[in-house]
Design a protein around this ligand. Structure first.
Ligand SMILES: Nc1ncnc2c1ncn2[C@@H]1O[C@H](COP(=O)(O)OP(=O)(O)OP(=O)(O)O)[C@@H](O)[C@H]1O
Ligand SMILES: [Mg+2]
Length: 253
């Protein structure tokens, strides 16, 4: 079995047959680590994430996730595959008209109702919420009654509900204040540590976060990998675009 959690092999993607959003992108995302994907706006980060989730398919090239070539999967295999991945979207994407607890029970009911009774489903959802830092007294609130940080915690609990092997985060801290940003970063690291062997993939604009939590950092440009490595690789790089990204990212302080 391949060592990589995700293996992207020379993929291209065009939506209109003219402009290529992904442009011969190759990338190996290691298992068991936190990989952070950075890059200027519009460079294809979210589109890449959608390819890993199997929500988009490449125009050419191969995407292999957890040893499976996404191109060759049938409908049932895709459903089983999706259970092995958890996603936290930017706005947490909670269902607004059901409670916190029901939000987390939702994917468990979808995928485990044939094997688990209702009390077991509630027990697992409760544990996931507690592990994400939500206290039981909030369980019967609607998402609209929660703070931004609490919504993230619920979104994370739901992403973790089926014990995914890969957890993906798209801009988890964009739009949050610095305290909440730090909280979410810490939550990502703590979640990664708790879910032994899991692979975390974080797309972010936040360079501080990228260098704080990323064990492997990938910078995209024009739908390709511009540079990959650890912090030192980036600080030592003489690629002008990398230097510009670092300058912009650290200018605020
Ligand atoms: N469904 C789609 N149809 C057509 N074009 C798309 C579609 N999804 C994305 N694109 C285009 O692909 C390019 C890359 O978009 P993407 O969302 O991946 O950027 P990004 O790197 O995530 O940017 P940001 O940092 O702003 O989130 C953009 O030019 C976008 O307009
Ligand atoms: Mg994006």
């Amino acid at each position: 079995m391949s060592e990589s959690a995700v293996s992207i092999r020379n993929i291209t993607k065009t939506f209109d047959g003219k402009d290529f959003v992904l442009n011969g992108l190759s990338l190996e995302i290691p298992r068991g680590e936190i990989t952070v994907i950075i890059g200027f706006s519009g460079t294809g980060k979210s589109v890449l994430l959608k390819h890993i989730l199997g929500l988009e398919h490449p125009t050419s090239g191969d995407v292999v996730v957890l040893g499976k070539d996404l191109k060759t999967m049938n409908y049932q295999e895709i459903i089983d595959f999706r259970c092995r991945l958890g996603v936290l979207f930017q706005n947490a994407a909670l269902f607004d008209d059901i409670t916190v607890l029901e939000n987390v029970c939702f994917p468990i009911i979808e995928h485990r109702r044939n094997i688990w009774k209702a009390d077991k489903i509630q027990e697992v959802a409760t544990r996931k919420l507690n592990e994400s830092g939500m206290e039981n007294r909030h369980f019967h609130k609607l998402p609209g009654e929660l703070s931004g940080g609490q919504r993230k915690r619920v979104g994370l609990a739901r992403a973790l509900a089926l014990d995914p092997e890969i957890i993906l985060y798209d801009e988890p801290t964009t739009g949050l204040d610095p305290i909440l940003t730090e909280m979410v970063d810490e939550l990502i690291v703590a979640t990664h540590a708790k879910n032994k062997g899991s692979t975390s993939i974080v797309v972010t604009h936040d360079l501080h976060a990228a260098f704080r939590i990323g064990q492997f950092i990938v910078m995209l440009d024009k739908g390709r990998v511009l540079l990959q490595g650890n912090r030192e690789t980036f600080f030592k790089s003489d690629i002008p675009l990398v230097q510009r990204f670092l300058e912009k990212g650290f200018k605020k302080e």
